[in-house]
Every structure is written in C-alpha cells, then in structure tokens.
Design a protein around this ligand. Sequence first.
Ligand code: ATP
Ligand code: MG
Ligand code: MG
Length: 551
Amino acid sequence: MENQTSNFIKDIMIKDLESGKHDKIVTRFPPEPNGYLHIGHAKSIIINFGLADEFGGKTNLRFDDTNPLKEDIEFVNSIKEDVKWLGFEWDDLFFASNYFEEMYNRAILLIKKGLAYVDDLSADEIREYRGTLTEPGKDSPFRNRSIEENLELFEQMRAGKFANGEKVLRAKIDMASPNINLRDPVIYRIAHATHHNTGDKWCIYPMYAFAHPLEDAIEGVTHSICTVEFEDQRPLYNWIVEQCEMVSQPQQIEFGRLNITNTVMSKRKLKQLVEESFVDGWDDPRMPTISGMRRRGYTPEAIRAFVRETGVSKGSGAVDSQMLEHFVREDLKLKVPRTMGVINPLKVVITNYPEGQIELLDAEINPENPEMGTRKIPFSREIYIEQDDFMEEPPKKYFRLFPGNEVRLKNAYFIKCEEVIKDADGNVVELRCTYDPETKSGTGFTGRKVKGTIHWVEAAHAVPAEFHLYEPLILDETEDQSDEGKTFLDNVNPHSLEVFQGFVEPNMKESRPHDKFQFFRHGYFNVDPKHTTVDKLVFNRIVSLKSSFKL
Ligand code: ATP
Ligand code: MG
Ligand code: MG
C-alpha cells in the first residue's frame, strides 16, 4: 500500500519507536455498527491501517458496539466488506461488547476506590447540575453514597431491578473542573434492550467515554487515533485508563475530520436520507457512503489517492468535491475502455447508404493506451445520435447537426442533414441524412473539414441501456450551514438523479456489474450492480469528462 507523506501522527510514532516507548505500533479502526461507512471513515481507515502498516505494526477492526439501541448485524457486515474493498486487512477482529464483563469489573474497581457512585438524578437534572463553561457544577445529593451502598445498587442495576433512566453510574471526579467532561461523567446507564451480540445478557451498558479507553487498553493499542471533537475528552480518557489500573496505556491523538463540499457526512443524516426514502438505500450512488461510491463506480485506488491528498492535520476545512472527481478520472483514464453510448436517442436514416448493408468499422479501445487494442463497431443505414446533437435553428457557433450542415460521425463518416421529420406535435422524430463514402475514418481523407464530431450507435444492433446521471444530492456548500429551523433536508437537490433510456454499442452486451467505461463525450460510467438485469444494462455516471478543478 502507498505510504503517507510525513504528518504529525507519523512523527509521534517515529519518536515512540526511537525512544523505546513502544516496540510495535498497534492501532484500531473503531466504528460503531449503527450505519454504513462513509468517505470520512475511509480517512480514518487509511490513517490507522496505513500508518501501522508502514511501521510493521498491526491494526484491529473493532466494533464499538456499546449501544444496543442503534446497532445491527447488517451494519457489522457492511463495514467488514467496505474495509476489505478499500484494500485493508485487519489483524484481529474485536467486538467491544465482548469486554462487557471486564468493563463491569473495572467499574466495580472505581466504586471500591471511591471514584464512582450510583446517581438517582434524571438525565435532565444531571445536565442542569453540570453547570456551564462559566459556572461550576453542583454536587448531586447522591454523590456521597457509601461504597457499600454503591456496590449494592450497581449490582441491582445489573440484575435488572430498575427501569431505564432510573439510575446511572457516574465517575466521581470534579464538579468544578473547567473541563465539563470531568464533571462526574455518566459511565453506565440502564437500557433494557437486546444487543446484537450479547442478546439479553446485559441491561446496563457502558457509555462511550468510559468504554473506549478501556477497549483500547485491553487490546494494547498504542496510538488511539480519533477526530478533534474528542480533544476535550482526552483528560477523561487518561483518567479512566489510569484509575481503572489498565496495564497498557494508549495515547489518544486527534486529527481533523474530513469534510467535503455539498456532502453530508454524518451517519445520523445519511440514515435519515435512507429512512425517509430520499435515496434508494445506503448504497445509492449519490451517497458518500463507501458502498454508494462503489456502486457509483469509484475505485479504492481513487479514494485512497484522494484521502492521501487531503493530508493529516488538526484542521478540518471542507475539501472541494471536485477533487474527489479529479482522482477517479485520473485512476480510470488509462484503465477503462472507451466506447459510444447514446443517452437520449434520435433516429438518423442515411438515405444514400445501401439498404441491408452492414459494415464493421475499426476503432481504438483507448487512444491514450494503445495496448488495449481495437474493437469493431457496426455501421449501417440507420443509426442513433444524441437529440442534443441536432438543432433545427442553431445559434451561432453550433457546429453539430442542423439542416444543410455536415459533421463527422466518430470512427465513421461525414454525414449531412438533408431533411427533418416531425410528428403531429411538431417534435423532431427522425433525420434524413446523406453520407460521403470518401470521408471514412482512418483513410486520411483531407478533402474538406467539418467542425463537429458526434457519437452514434448503429440502430439494428444497438443494445438498449438505461443511464443514470447525477447531480449533487445536497445543494448547500457544506452540511454545517443549515440553520434557522431549516434542516439539511431542505437542501436536498430534487434533480439529483435523471434517468434516460438509450443505446450502447453491441460489443457491450456482455458487460457485467461494475464494468467501467468512458463513453465518448459523456464521461465515465459503471454498470450498476443492483438494477442491471439480463435484459437491461444500467449505467451509473461516475463523473463527467471535464472539470475546471486543478490540484
Ligand atoms: P458520524 O459522526 O458520521 O456518525 P462517527 O464518528 O460517529 O461518525 P464512528 O463509527 O464512531 O462514527 O467512526 C469510526 C471512526 O471513524 C472514528 O474514529 C471516527 O473518528 C472516524 N471518523 C468518522 N467520521 C470521520 C470523518 N469525517 N473524517 C475522519 N474520520 C472520521
Ligand atoms: Mg462514534
Ligand atoms: Mg456518530
């Protein structure tokens, strides 16, 4: 795998190896299985797996599954698939829920040390008592329960004697700390719910802030890499590792999250788009999920190159979504065959071409990569061209077809528009053209020049195809700009998907899901794995050809 350019996390690792603090780097990627992975997670995956790999260390895939209400095995499976698809292999696969007994015992240890207590305040009261940035918090009236009473109550919590929300376990740290995270954070709550892994064994569950440092320490993680929102939690992280007397002492390091313009990147919001049917599932090609991008036609190589380019830093400005497109074009340019597809067809009859005759023309598969060879494409009296490539009354500088004008058919001949056929409503339904046999592509004809070259597909052998063209799903610049009672859903683009019925070259008939092509003038497309059937190919446009984006 590609190495990362130097960054502050890599520097810390180098220092720790040189000083002998660690002799091996151990990282983890710790998703909560409450949704599908998105491109932001790809960044975390690449940093964690990539760095450990560079130093010959190891990386665990750990499911941070401590909240039974939102987690599901469907998400566990999709996450595993996505990590592998991105090109990474985990050393060990762990579930935080397998540590519940150990976490419980560490909580008992805190109680025994006088560092945790059972609180009867409600969630609202706890929030109220916690104070603000400018005001210290107030002690709960239950803060000074005896160790014996706390042990007994906590055991009863585990035994299911109380309802959800009736009691919690809190760490006893400092209600006046300037860091609100240290004002006696809740570390266990009651949730009578079935867990995807532990079933009904537990009705109390550790909170993230308590569970995460323990998980890291149990696994011997050396560098616990997370995003900057957790910076204020670091003192609590260290307090838990220390007071729970963990042998291994992981170091939490924060980096800036990846944000991309016109892209929502929070599982909660993505879930809402799925559940409220704005999209056709987590793998909808408009989604910034790994599975959506895969279905759209993005490659792991393009995603990795993009993420590497965004770098590793503490800041989290939004990256231009065009940069992502740039990297997929770069990756596919020399790899995929070029071909012709008509998205919005208009029939053309070439009146001077012999009826019943068919000829096979030669065309290069990829002019930028001649090693890919050539292909044969049929040509005959009837073809389809793009509706957009004809105008009855063209504006100035329109060089495609119009009455009396001549254009080049890519890989074939010049044709000239002689007659326009309309239906009863005045819509153009067919063109009658003539061709000039002298102008055959590849013969070196120089007699005269035409300004436009258009693509086409021979009608009798054309393979019907459906084309899905996309625009950004979200119109706003970044997800954080929605305010004043508006939600990001107000920025959903109603025109993010357009569907067309067209045709492709016959040699594409046997295309399989995930085959990728560059269609002349239209851009890069992927054969959709979900909607393609034996009778109908469906192509998702990955990205158009042109971009103003410059690195
Ligand atoms: P979300 O806010 O989208 O739900 P999360 O952080 O809650 O994401 P987790 O499943 O907990 O999702 O994430 C697993 C790992 O991926 C965490 O270490 C998290 O910090 C990291 N991660 C999530 N989103 C991003 C992002 N946009 N950029 C970089 N890393 C991210
Ligand atoms: Mg999380
Ligand atoms: Mg989240």
